[in-house]
Design a protein around this ligand. Structure first.
Ligand SMILES: [Fe+2]
Length: 343
């Protein structure tokens, strides 16, 4: 496995680059905007293909690299389903899996620092975001933070992991890089409380100043979605109602770009094909499946929120599939418009 812990000294943020091997797909957790050039360089040096960029929660102390990485690599942006970010390509829920080639992370909803905080376990380690820090815990006094929820997330979720589980947080300000669940249970001063009430009192009396970047970072991190209007202006977008009129037409191929789990959970458009976004590059190559399909049918991509499909349209058009278009707003907009769904 390739595992890199990367540090942004300005915000004290750790980002994690993960891949199963050289030449494989990669994902990055909690990337920082100012470091995007460095990530891209490292991806190139290690011969990795970034396919997913994930934020553990909506950050208040730095601007996320999710949008920039998507724009530069056409990767899928990922956050939890409770996020306040306008659009991410994929939203995960507690119990879901976050998959790339050869790697699978389990998703745990761990609210408290914010109400959109998620942790991810991967084998012997857990990425705790700002829920559990090394000898600390994430503040709970803004962004719908809740010390009671955080107590539950830490004591009833994270501390239930095996004691030797490695803890990789989103931040550290002292220079510590990694800890373990057992070590934090014993040595983390915030966790030496007798009850949830004690913890609530402790957290409510920290009196911390707001992060320096907060007024910039929070609004920026809430607006990271790809501008789907650029695709629409080229005439490559269909509104859900326009797309509904095409269901069942033989000259139209509706292509679902989502992953299996998303399809199972949210349903599919009747009669659509399944060609996951991760396989798009192969499918639009000369001789590729969508290339052949696009020769005599109109290819209509869709995904969860219209972001993957907008990127797919751009890639397909670049590859010469002139009929390619997508459903703006994805299956979320389709459902809002009353479109039929198959389970
Ligand atoms: Fe945070």
């Amino acid at each position: 496995m390739i595992f890199r812990q990367l540090f942004d000294s300005v915000s004290g943020t750790y980002s994690y680059l993960i891949a199963s091997r050289k030449g494989a797909e990669a994902l990055i957790i909690d990337p920082v905007l100012e470091k995007v050039d460095r990530y891209i360089q490292l991806l190139n040096e290690l011969d990795l293909r970034l396919v997913k960029a994930v934020d553990t929660h909506l950050h208040a102390d730095h601007v996320t690299g999710l949008g920039a990485l998507r724009d530069r690599t056409r990767c899928v942006t990922v956050m939890g389903e409770n996020t306040k970010a306008d659009v991410v390509s994929m939203r995960l829920a507690d119990g879901d899996r976050l998959d790339i080639e050869g790697i699978s992370l389990d998703v745990i909803y761990t609210p408290g620092h914010t109400d959109d905080s998620y942790s991810f376990t991967m084998g012997d380690r857990v990425f705790t975001g700002d829920t559990l820090l090394i000898r600390g815990t994430g503040r709970t006094d803004f962004q719908n933070g809740d010390p009671r929820a955080q107590y539950e997330s830490i004591f009833n979720r994270l501390l239930k992991l095996p004691d030797d589980t490695l803890v990789y947080p989103a931040h550290d300000y002292k220079g510590d890089t990694v800890s373990t669940i057992g070590e934090e249970r014993r040595c983390n001063p915030r966790l030496q409380v007798k009850s949830v009430e004690d913890y609530v009192q402790l957290m409510n009396n920290l009196k911390l100043p707001n992060p320096k970047m907060m007024d910039v970072a929070v609004p920026a991190n809430m607006h990271i979605g790809l501008a789907q209007s650029a695709v629409a202006e080229k005439g490559w977008a269909l509104l859900p109602l326009e797309a509904m009129a095409l269901v069942g037409r033989p000259e139209v191929a509706l292509v679902d770009l989502r992953e299996k789990r998303e399809r199972a959970r949210h349903g599919t458009i009747p009669g659509s094909l399944h060609e996951p976004y991760t396989e798009l590059a192969d499918n639009i190559r000369p001789g590729g499946l969508l290339r052949a399909l696009g020769a005599d049918r109109r290819v209509v991509f869709y995904c969860a929120y219209g972001e993957r499909s907008a990127m797919a349209v751009q890639a397909a058009q670049e590859a010469g599939i002139a009929s390619a278009c997508h459903i703006q707003g994805g299956i979320a907009a389709w459902k809002d418009a009353g479109g039929p769904i198959e389970h």
